[in-house]
Design a protein. Structure first.
Length: 283
């Protein structure tokens, strides 16, 4: 008797539990149906799977489709119908791989066509050159280029060291240009695709993508100057190796000062140089 009563109690408990689950599911479904009616049909929208920086190259791992009410779809967002996720979704993500983000895109933010662009003139150097100005590259090394710590957007002074004849003491240093903006260091520019595509060094067929954002191996700086200054720099660059040295200045320092030339004689004095020559001759 007690055993039968217990069995019926367990059975009724299970039945009530199932009924409760049924009503709960029905209630949740009714809420979802109401939400769909209120917000419209659902669509698949492409979102950022992680934070994407400005001018970063986008790859497939950064993107994913999410189901959202059509009501919340942003204008020009990359979207698909709800049933197209498997085939068309993969195709859409693949087609956008290699694009460039024009602005920073946060994780979960919808990918819209006005936030991305293809590699081209908008991501190159020419559009950064001010009309009437020219881009000109100068060679640098660790000593002449402030240990290669200069970045695009920095401002510099250019100092020429010229041998005017007559030995080491006849070399003079002259600040030829002041407050010059740096457009590029090597291949890295401020609105460039931050990558370099290279042939696989192992001999394979795959290309290797190398980031240039933290490249300290560059051997040239590209500066923005006017056409007359281009001629001045062309003469100095072709005057000999290490003819130009660079001094980095604060970006807020706009002062241009008049500076005299400096020579070894100015630094140590003519008497010291003459005495050193006499001592050398007596040896």
């Amino acid at each position: 008797m007690g055993s039968g009563m217990n069995n019926r109690t367990v059975t009724l408990s299970i039945a009530f539990a199932l009924i409760a689950v049924f009503f709960m599911n029905s209630y949740v479904s009714s809420i979802e149906d109401e939400a769909r009616k209120r917000n419209g049909t659902e669509v698949l929208v492409l979102e950022a799977k992680k934070d994407i920086s400005e001018m970063e190259t986008i790859n497939e791992s950064m993107l994913e489709f999410k189901l959202i009410p059509k009501k919340y779809l942003e204008p020009s967002a990359v979207s698909l119908e709800k049933n197209d996720e498997s085939k068309e979704g993969a195709k859409a993500i693949k087609s956008l791989a290699g694009s460039i983000s024009i602005v920073p895109i946060k994780k979960g933010e919808q990918i819209t066509y006005n936030k991305i662009t293809e590699p081209g003139s908008r991501t190159g150097l020419a559009t950064q050159v001010t009309p009437g100005k020219r881009a000109f590259s100068i060679p640098v090394n660790d000593t002449s280029g402030v240990s290669r710590l200069i970045k695009p957007g920095d401002r510099i002074d250019l100092i020429a060291v010229i041998d005017v004849g007559g030995g080491k003491e006849s070399k003079v240093a002259k600040t030829v240009l002041q407050d010059v903006v740096v457009l590029a260091t090597g291949h890295y520019i401020t609105n460039n695709i931050a990558r370099s595509v290279e042939v696989d060094p192992t001999g394979g067929s795959r290309e290797r993508v190398r980031s240039l954002a933290d490249d300290y191996a560059y051997s040239t700086l590209t500066v923005e100057v006017d056409p007359i200054q281009v001629q001045t720099l062309a003469v100095l660059v072709n005057n000999g190796e290490n003819a130009l040295s660079i001094a980095l200045r604060n970006n807020d320092d706009l002062e241009r000062v008049s500076l005299p030339m400096a020579s070894l004689t100015d630094i140590v004095g003519a008497e010291t140089i003459a005495k050193a020559k006499n001592q050398g001759g007596r040896r």
